[in-house]
Write a protein of this length. Structure first.
Length: 494
């Protein structure tokens, strides 16, 4: 594939067996794998010159993908890999990403009760009034579905906090609490978890901002599998949960707003949720069943935070639970608004010392999970989204045909749901063998197919009067309907 004499920094040989790349390079040489014109992975050859990369999941959701090797300024020729077929192919037309073939979607019929369960959003507050106002305002504006907001002032020393929080007093669904003395982040979070009663809980840092569909996205990720204890959002600035580049602050594309970036991530990420042995308390969804099994956060060992959620997640793992990244939920995070960078680093080091002592394999397991195929695919797809034009909301027209080539259209056909995507002819979304038979089983098949369609294509809003069963499915998944505009659970007055 490459000319070693012309590009000695690049691998000499590449083999593709349909699912695994095997490369022969100079021992110790480092190089990058670029797929469809975006970086995917950085590899380093071992002492024998060998390197390997498994691609069990097509990052672009298609049957083939373009491959190029890069090392510094050296670049190989571009070829195509065909998934499931050995050998290299000629590069062709570059196509935009399609939905991923693997999706961890929530079963709406089986989880209807859980998807309607109240969620308590717990926001511990300590100083930083500007960040707190931005956080709370975004939660009030962007939250849909059964939820309530619990804000706890941990005896802030900034005099501006008290009048700020008073602005939210009396609003329906909002509870304001105050610690008589400073208890620290972890004890304050525990107070919120206990105040939540039997609700699921989202721990949300006061220096974050959320966007449309944030809570429904977290809820779907948390309930897609029976043994999931927690789901953590991704962010522009949240360490290992930063996208597309780990452990970095990731500015949004030039002239993009946060809302546009969040929409782009929602539309492209898919629901192949990466798994890892931990979560991050900047935006962490905790299922009530897991809280019952594992208990509260350890406020004695992690009084000021920085490790308390990692310890809880390890305890949950030991009890048979697991944790996922809700890759389609982007939350903006300022970081260190309450403590500052220097103190945050000290607290982080102290917390890590406790984690190492309690969970000796923690760091190695987290490191391995950050290089998993699903995590690499997530980061790659966000890079692709950020390299494109700003997205538009996906409005799905039901039984209508607007004069707009960019519209998404859906109607029922004799064999199943007919979906027309922008610029394409109508296609059968899913064949339903008994679609023409009016039975309970047939209706369940229609509903399940509709739920898969909404999740697969990340539909934002539906235009048209849906059949009642479809409307119920859309409501459970948090998809807005233009005829009945969504309402926030937080009213003007209690």
């Amino acid at each position: 594939m490459t000319d070693a004499a012309a590009n000695p920094a690049l691998p000499r040989r590449l083999d593709w067996d349909g699912g695994v790349l095997r490369l022969d390079a100079t021992p110790g040489a480092a190089f990058e794998i670029w797929l469809d014109e975006q970086p995917y992975a950085r590899l380093q050859a071992d002492a024998s010159g060998a390197a390997e990369l498994a691609l069990p999941l097509a990052p672009n959701g298609r049957e083939r993908i373009h491959l190029q090797l890069r090392a510094g300024t050296a670049q190989s020729a571009t070829v195509a890999l065909q998934f499931g077929r050995a050998g290299l192919a000629r590069a062709g037309t570059l196509l935009p990403p399609a939905p991923l073939a693997v999706q961890d979607q929530v079963d709406v019929a089986a989880r209807a009760a859980e998807l309607q369960r109240e969620v308590a959003i717990v926001v511990p507050v300590y100083n930083a009034p500007g960040a707190v106002a931005a956080c709370l305002d975004s939660v009030l504006a962007q939250t849909r579905g059964p939820a309530r907001l619990i804000v706890i002032d941990d005896a802030s020393s900034d005099a501006a906090i008290s009048p700020l929080l008073a602005r939210y007093a009396g609003r329906r669904g909002v509870t304001l609490l105050r610690n008589e003395r400073n208890l620290g982040f972890t004890a304050t979070a525990n107070r919120g978890i206990e105040a939540a009663g039997r609700a699921d809980v989202v721990l949300l840092n006061a220096d974050t901002e959320v966007a449309a569909h944030w809570l429904s996205g977290l809820r779907r990720a948390a309930w897609a599998a029976a043994d999931t204890a927690s789901a953590t959002a991704v962010s522009d600035n949240a360490g290992a949960f930063s996208v597309p580049e780990l452990e970095q602050h990731n500015p949004f594309p030039n002239n993009w707003t946060f809302a546009q970036a969040a929409l782009a991530v929602r539309q492209i990420a898919g629901s192949a949720y990466p798994r890892l042995p931990t979560g991050n308390g900047f935006c962490l969804y905790l299922r009530r069943e897991a809280l019952d099994a594992v208990g509260l956060l350890d406020a004695q060992a992690f009084a000021q935070g920085y490790g308390e959620e990692n310890d809880w997640c390890q305890r949950a793992e030991a009890a048979g639970w697991r944790h996922v990244i809700a890759g389609d939920v982007l939350v903006r995070h300022a970081r260190s608004q309450s403590f500052g960078d220097e103190r945050r680093l000290r607290l982080g080091e102290a917390g890590m010392a406790v984690l190492r002592a309690r969970w000796p394999r923690y760091e190695a397991e987290v490191g391995a999970s950050l290089l998993s195929p699903r995590r690499r695919v997530l980061d790659w797809r966000v890079r692709k989204a950020y390299a494109a034009m700003p997205p538009q909301p996906r409005r799905l027209y039901w039984e209508q045909a607007p004069d707009d080539e960019a519209a998404w259209r859906l109607r029922r056909g004799n064999e199943g749901l007919l979906l027309q995507m922008p610029g394409a002819a109508p296609q059968l979304h899913e064949r339903l063998a008994d679609a023409a038979v009016a039975t309970a089983a047939a209706e369940a098949g229609w509903n399940a197919s509709f739920a898969r369609l909404l999740q697969t294509h990340a539909i934002d809003e539906i235009v048209g009067a849906l059949p009642p069963a479809f409307a119920a499915v859309a409501a459970l998944l948090g998809v807005d309907n233009a005829i009945t505009p969504p309402t926030t659970p937080f009213g003007d007055t209690a």
